[in-house]
Design a binder for this molecule. Structure first.
Ligand code: 13P
Ligand code: SF4
Length: 353
């Protein structure tokens, strides 16, 4: 007689993987010794008074990652004690999406925002994907719905739709292909169409339009962090610091990009600083990234206009530890959209390989 199989998809993550007790979180000489090498890494950006609050978490998270066979994917906007001390794979949206497709672990903890965790789940349907705070959203992802995309299809029949990765899985499912800020031009040009709808970031779409002859139709979504920078602000920096180099993320408005010496994705900007080693640089993007790059580029002075992403900043060491202990919050993607959304993401990844 066949033995009935247990449907593990109906079980909670704790039922699947077992309960673990919250480790003790104390600042002791042993913890100081065990975490010394990590503090050494971040000491230029984390004041010594803060380390006793971080170190017990760093130690506990490392221990639980081993016990749970988990990996941490950390976006470039994570704070340095996350990015440099507990992250296993760090990078921009494209790098994290690619890493997610080949990660070898039972559990992925996504230190980033919700759309990134959904992308990881799409590429790892059999793994458990956790986000330390499910309220970590994104103003771009919230600017458009699947119904909006279906309406665009009706208005522009036959025009391919490219979606920036900063969208929900439901939106990705309605689009032809996904892109990130590091491959947007290549993705648009891969379609062989004279006109392309590019959603949802108006400024990234306008930037892509300056790099290609293809006509780009835009949606008016914005990143609430990058839209706040202005060309006037950058001109004022240049006047007071004539030797400054300005590098900007393409989610910034066009007048900001006009003032920039280089425009690129978060990883593109990091590479630019590492390759060029400017004496003084202003990274026109989320503030924590300057801290993370400063750790690896001694001698480069960073001017920080400090716009923080409130969504990225929801991810903290205590919430990461809670994620690993209580296996929350689990990210799932509705079956009705998963296959089509995965196709959009995989089409992009295959183009890039
Ligand atoms: P990157 O793909 O450049 O990392 O950008 C993601 C993002 O959310 C920037 O605001
Ligand atoms: Fe979204 Fe902007 Fe935050 Fe990036 S920085 S996650 S685009 S709100």
């Amino acid at each position: 007689m066949a033995i009935p199989q247990l449907d593990t998809s109906l079980m909670s993550a704790v039922e699947r993987f077992g309960a673990i007790e919250m480790p003790k979180l104390e600042w002791t000489p042993a913890v100081a010794r065990e975490t010394e090498a990590y503090y050494e890494r971040v000491k230029s950006v984390v004041p010594p008074v803060e380390w006793p609050a971080f170190a017990p978490y760093v130690r506990a998270i490392k221990q639980l990652k081993r016990e749970r066979n988990a990996v941490i994917l950390a976006h470039n906007y994570m704070t340095p004690e996350i990015f440099h001390c507990v992250g296993d794979f760090m990078g921009d949206s494209l790098q994290l999406a690619k890493e997610a497709s080949r990660v070898d672990a039972d559990i992925i903890v996504q230190c980033g925002v919700h759309f990134m965790a959904e992308t990881s789940k799409l590429l790892n349907p059999d793994k458990t994907v956790l986000i330390p705070d499910r309220k970590a959203g994104c103003s771009l992802a919230e600017s458009i719905t699947a119904a909006d995309v279906r309406a665009l299809r009706e208005t522009y029949p036959g025009v391919p739709i490219v979606t920036y990765v900063n969208t929900s899985a439901a939106v990705k499912a309605e689009c032809d292909i996904c892109c990130t800020s590091s491959n947007a031009v290549k993705v648009v040009e891969s379609l062989g169409a004279p006109r392309v709808l590019f959603i949802p970031d108006e400024f990234l779409a306008q930037y892509v339009a300056t790099q290609t002859d293809i006509e780009i139709l835009v949606w008016k979504g914005h990143c609430e962090v990058h839209e706040r920078f202005t060309g006037d602000e950058l001109r004022a920096y240049r006047e007071s610091e004539p030797n400054i180099q300005i590098i900007a993320h393409p989610e910034c408005p066009p007048d900001v990009l006009e003032e920039a010496d280089f425009t690129g994705s978060t990883s593109g900007m990091i590479k630019w600083v590492k390759d060029n080693r400017p004496p003084k640089v202003l990274m026109v993007t989320e503030c924590s990234m300057s801290d993370n790059v400063a750790v690896e580029t001694p001698g480069v002075e960073f001017v920080r206009p400090c716009n923080l992403c409130p969504h990225m900043k929801r991810i903290t060491l205590p919430k990461i530890l809670d994620s690993l202990v209580y296996l929350k919050d689990e990210v799932t993607v509705d079956q009705s959209v998963a296959a089509r959304a995965r196709r959009s993401v995989e089409r992009m990844i295959n183009l890039d390989n």
